[in-house]
Design a protein around this ligand. Structure first.
Ligand code: ATP
Length: 240
């Protein structure tokens, strides 16, 4: 089966300093893959390179494919039109707009024929957002704001959602709730690449784990096998 998203020989350097070197990474239809690693491991660098987006001016080499199509030379908006959508670290919402206005301001790009999640579908997924429609985004809790950021990304009609640390800054109970919701989004029409520093939480929801350390893949595999991998236990749970 053609992967939904694939990276080959992806290398990223900032001012000559190599931040990421990933020989191969792929995401199958209906899959939730967790990319986990400590601060500075290269997680944001990876999702940004997949989307062709960056802060700073990194040099990006290698290839990215969406459904077998080479998008490496394409700008971010062209990749979004092909089905990639990113929720950056800290979410991306307009603080001075209401929930309703935030959602209205998000929609499929001009020229994109991708079927977006309708507002009714969004409200069914996130009933809390429906209850808070007329609240300013700045008045939402961290978890609600993260849901709004995800909802806005869904309005672009993605087939692959790239989520950069949705749990950051959330209380533990909300982390579980947001990640469960992420899990419930995954299906035949939507795959998710979830970047997380919170391994303990990620391990509960993902199908496959990719362990990133200093820009390289240290280990990867189905979560059932990775759970007991000494590298995981030692590096992140301190239990080996
Ligand atoms: P965090 O959890 O802190 O976001 P991360 O795993 O997402 O960490 P990255 O932000 O991708 O890690 O950083 C990977 C490496 O690239 C780090 O050494 C970082 O200092 C460097 N880096 C990231 N962005 C830039 C930039 N704009 N300019 C220069 N170096 C950068």
């Amino acid at each position: 089966m053609t992967p939904l998203l694939e990276a080959r020989n992806l290398r990223v350097a900032y001012a000559g300093h190599r931040a990421l070197e990933v020989p191969h990474l792929q995401l199958a239809p209906g899959e939730l893959v967790g990319v986990v690693g400590a601060n500075g491991a290269g997680k944001s660098t990876l999702v940004n390179a997949l989307l062709g987006w960056s802060r700073g001016h990194p040099r990006v080499d290698g290839q990215v494919f969406v459904r077998g199509e080479d998008v490496s030379g394409m700008a971010t908006h062209a990749r979004v039109a092909r089905g990639l959508s990113l929720v950056p670290e800290g979410g991306a919402v307009f603080m001075r707009l209401t929930v309703e206005e935030n959602l209205a301001a998000a929609g499929p790009l001009d020229g994109s024929d991708r079927p977006a999640h309708s507002l009714d579908e969004i409200y069914a997924l996130f009933p809390r957002l429906k209850e808070r429609l007329h609240h300013l985004a700045s008045a939402l809790s961290g978890g609600e704001r993260q849901m709004l950021a995800i909802a806005r990304a869904l309005r672009l009609g993605p087939s692959v959602l790239l989520l950069d640390e949705p749990s950051i800054g959330l209380a533990p109970k909300l982390v579980t709730e947001v990640l469960r919701q992420v899990r419930s989004l995954v299906g035949p029409k939507l795959s998710v690449l979830l970047v997380e520093q919170n391994l303990r939480a990620a391990i509960e929801v993902v199908d496959r784990l990719v362990l990133l350390e200093r820009g390289r893949i240290l280990a990867e595999g189905p979560v059932a096998a990775m759970r007991d991998d000494p590298r995981i236990l030692q590096a992140y749970l301190g239990e080996a």
